[in-house]
Design a protein around this ligand. Sequence first.
Ligand SMILES: [Zn+2]
Length: 280
Amino acid sequence: MTTVDEAIRSMIATQKVDTGKVQGLSRQIIAETNNILTGVLLNFEDLPGLTLSSEAFLNYFLQSGPKESLRSVLRQGINQKPGMRMKINSAYRTVAQQHILRQIYERGHRDLVPLAARPGRSNHEDGLAIDVDNFSDWKALLLKNGWEWQGAADPVHFYNNSGRDDVGDLGVKAFQRLWNRYNPNDQMTVDGDFGEQSAVRMNRSPVDGFVTTRIFTIGSTGEIVKKIQQALTNAGFPVPVSGNFDEATAAAVRKFQDKKGLGADGVVGAKTLKVLGILL
Ligand SMILES: [Zn+2]
């Protein structure tokens, strides 16, 4: 498992910034943001007139207002010139991606990242901004359709304020909720504010996204243990459904694992849970 911190160190060592390294984690954060507020981030790859890239760092998501405005821009462009296409360098940026940029900046590598907003604060994290590679082709139409251009210092960047301005905070909340779900013994405050407690945990998060690492063994107790005991019983290895993972339960687990060709260690981890049909 590669952590975000390891990925950052490797980017610094190789002098190559690639926020696509956290694609798996980013997908979980986008999905969780849409769990918090249904449909707040909409995929816009379906819009006509885009040259799509499969680069891992690109998340083609915007809020509905900017998405519809972009649809108008593209339609008008195609009407003017049928072959006209827009190439986007950056759209939605997750808090994990912004964290990478901010960390490289804060660790002093200004040659790699000259400037980076605090995670949660970039308008790319609100689903309100796009960076347009061929901006000179599209600038006039973007301006006509409600997009703002912030000048020659960042000429690819366009911003559309027809949406909520707190979606960056929702992204931070999404990360905090994910962390808490997968780290039951290390809970943090879900406040949507990316401070030190969030930065430390983001550094320890897996770049490919969170996976269940819980294991159940002799001494484990609770509802999941009951589910394990019930599933073992149903599978033909009857044990009392007591909620206490005892020697008898471990023996039944070993027999079950042996029958299913799993390593027969009597410990229930992700693989055995899956074969038992138990979802956490
Ligand atoms: Zn930008």
